[in-house]
Design a protein around this ligand. Structure first.
Ligand code: NAP
Length: 175
């Protein structure tokens, strides 16, 4: 089976919170634009990136934004119908996801991102009440210099009085 590299893209606040009551704790238009740009990428003609998300995340996307355009929308769920409208695929487990992405039809149409196995983490530099958290990255994740990535927003940005910056981590693979 061909190696499949999956990249994480998230925004978390000071306490690693990412969500509250089924939606985002903040409204940061430019940060959302970064998510769209990063998840869409610039694949060659005929290919698209696949965005894999949990069912609650899928539910939280307003109907008018579904499916997220120019990307394959893949939802992980044990409850959603397999032929859910707007979703390109629903998978029941991580193993199903890998199997799906490995099959020839998807291999031919999914763009492999130049970003390999990285975590693109927006640090929202503020405190928010959250009920969902991103797993804390342990010391096996190394922070990379952001300036080596042309497409990543550089430095600290500010919207609605809230500062945010993008960090890129790579898991250290034992040799
Ligand atoms: N700040 C950010 O970057 C960011 C990004 C995304 C989401 N969010 C926020 O995070 C919250 C949602 O996150 P969440 O962690 O609560 O939920 P989630 O991961 O979006 O969805 C959880 C659901 O996904 C399905 N699922 C998860 N693992 C699975 C597996 N291994 N196999 C099959 N199905 C699986 C299950 O669906 P079923 O119950 O249908 O089986 C599970 O109930 C919302 O508040 C959202 O706005 C924030």
């Amino acid at each position: 089976m061909k190696n499949i590299e999956i990249h994480s893209l998230a925004a978390c606040c000071n306490s690693w919170g990412i969500g509250v009551n089924g939606s985002l704790p903040w409204r940061l238009r430019k940060e959302m634009a970064w998510f769209t740009k990063a998840s869409t990428g610039s694949p060659p003609r005929g290919k698209k990136n696949a965005v894999v998300m949990g069912r609650k995340n899928w539910d939280s996307i307003p109907k008018s934004f579904k499916p997220m355009i120019n990307r394959y929308n893949i939802v992980m769920s044990r409850t959603l119908l397999l032929n859910t409208p707007e979703a390109d695929a629903v998978v029941r487990s991580f193993e199903d996801l890998i199997q799906l992405l490995s099959c020839e039809q998807w291999q031919n149409t999914i763009h492999e991102s130049p970003y390999c196995g990285k975590v693109y983490l927006t640090r929202v530099m503020a405190d928010f009440k959250c009920d969902t958290c991103f797993p804390k990255l342990d010391e096996t994740f190394k922070l990379l210099p952001t300036d080596q990535f042309d497409n990543v927003p550089q430095g600290v940005h500010e919207e609605n009085g809230i500062k945010w910056k993008v960090e890129v981590y790579q898991k250290h693979k034992p040799s």
